[in-house]
Design a protein. Sequence first.
Length: 312
Amino acid sequence: MSDHDEKPVKPAEERGDARDDSARSGNGLRKELPQEVPATVPAARETPEEPERRQAAEPQQTPEPKPDPEPRLTGRERLVQGVWPPRVTRAQLIVAVLLFGLGFGLAVQVASNSDSDSALRGARQEDLVRILDELDDRTQRLEDEKQGLEKQRDELENSSDQAEEARKQTIEKERQLGILAGTVAAQGPGITMTIQDTKGTVEADMLLDAIQELRAAGAEAIQVNGVRVVASTYLTDSGKGVGVDGNKINAPYRFKVIGKSQDLEPALNIPGGVVQTLEKEQATVSIERSADIVVDALRAAKRPDYARSSSQ
């Protein structure tokens, strides 16, 4: 190798290390240098077109759609939602109809009053006087009509009372005549007389005397062994019995009599009267007073053949 051949170059690190060693080993005249700071290259200033080119080069990303936020309701809208649709009950509907009818009637009344008031305001004095006179005449006519109707009412009430009284009297008279005629049953205080005829000696005339004596003492209804005794009753002898209006009855003879018992019993017991006469014929007579005697034997009503009412 020639002298001109280059010596091998040591790496920079080795050179540095050697320098460090020589510096530490030398006279210390050489100071340590700071480590080399890498030089920064200033960034090139971007032109206005570069952001647009960079944005065009980047892939376009489609933004995801965001859900629309619910709109906030105003106070009026909340009020509308609270009252609609309406929740109407049946009672509320009825009350609404009644209130509507009342309001309509009041409106009509007010309108009619307004019309009449306006008509009267525009009338002349002569017209007002004439209207007042007509109202007075109409009031007088209505008052007269009222009095006439009240008079008719009183007459009808009186006639109705009279008719009711006449009807009651007719019913009472019919009842009384029915008792006498034997067409209705009778009930009241009286006596019961029983005649025992074991010997068969009692004849029809003896029973007839007893009936006559009872009538004279005030008997109102008489019944003998289930046969009603009336004004037309007749008695006949019939074998060992007695015939009453064609009906044969046998002993014992039981008389049911309605009347005042204090008068009926003494009338039969007078000296020489009915009781003594029957006892002479060996018949036994017993009389009992009672507060409730029922005469229920009836007779059919018979129309008179010749007699007629004389009242018109």
